[in-house]
Design a protein around this ligand. Structure first.
Ligand code: IMP
Length: 211
């Protein structure tokens, strides 16, 4: 049985870009969302081996600490020519200073070393695993994915993280060149474009009622 999400929800992230996107996605459902940062909740160590495990760790820690349902995303960029790197290490590749230009440059250097110049050799996808955990231990989990190719140099200054190098399949502009509305591509204008929006639409179908 899927459990409906109602009332107050903690957004279990300390990442400002993700927090903004999660608030945008929840807004049409009348959910009052408070962030883990606003509640001064500690950030748990992400010790899982995959996106789902890490999303569950973050959602469960926040639900237990706040005694409220908590919503977490674990996401990242998976580059085929790099055997799936940076994957669950996507945030860590930017280091303590969250230097995503350095992380994108590291990916590009590795792609060049492997001779990956043609778009077919530069395929990648973003993954978002979403978990909502309740204080009694119940969890709802979904996953979304968007495929594309990596461009160089980075393009656009919207979005966050690796957005400026990610060209979603079938589009001429990178996520960094799109408004957040375009990047989500939500109904009624689209069927979901970003990995986070696609995962969110699945979650909404299972657990959320439009206002
Ligand atoms: P984590 O889920 O907190 O481990 O961090 C995921 C990392 O993946 C983020 O810090 C970003 O670097 C990257 N990432 C996840 N989603 C996106 C996105 O929508 N655009 C760009 N980068 C993203």
């Amino acid at each position: 049985m899927h459990r409906p999400i109602a009332g107050r929800l903690v957004i279990a992230t300390h990442n400002a870009g993700k927090l903004r996107e999660m608030r945008e996605l929840l807004a049409p459902y009348g959910i009052a969302a408070v962030s883990a940062g606003e509640l001064s909740l500690a950030e748990p160590d992400e010790t899982g081996n995959d996106f789902h495990a890490n999303a569950r760790i973050k959602a469960r820690a926040a639900a237990t600490a706040a005694q409220l349902p908590a919503f977490a995303d674990d996401s990242g960029l998976v580059v085929d020519a790099l055997d799936g790197a940076p994957g669950i290490q996507s945030a860590r590749w930017a280091g303590e200073s969250k230097d995503f230009l350095a992380a994108m440059t590291r990916i590009e250097t590795l792609l060049q070393e492997r001779g990956a110049r043609a778009p077919e050799a530069r395929t990648a996808h973003f993954v978002s695993a979403l978990c909502v955990a309740w204080p009694d231990g119940h969890c709802e989990e979904v996953e979304g994915r968007v495929d594309g190719t990596l461009v160089w140099p980075p393009r656009g200054d919207q979005g966050f993280g690796y957005d400026p190098v990610f060209l979603p399949r079938g589009h001429a502009r990178t996520f960094g060149e799109m408004t957040s509305r375009e990047k989500h591509g939500l109904p009624p204008h689209g069927l979901g474009l970003s990995h986070r929006a696609r995962a969110f639409l699945k979650l909404a179908e299972l657990c959320l009622e439009p206002r």
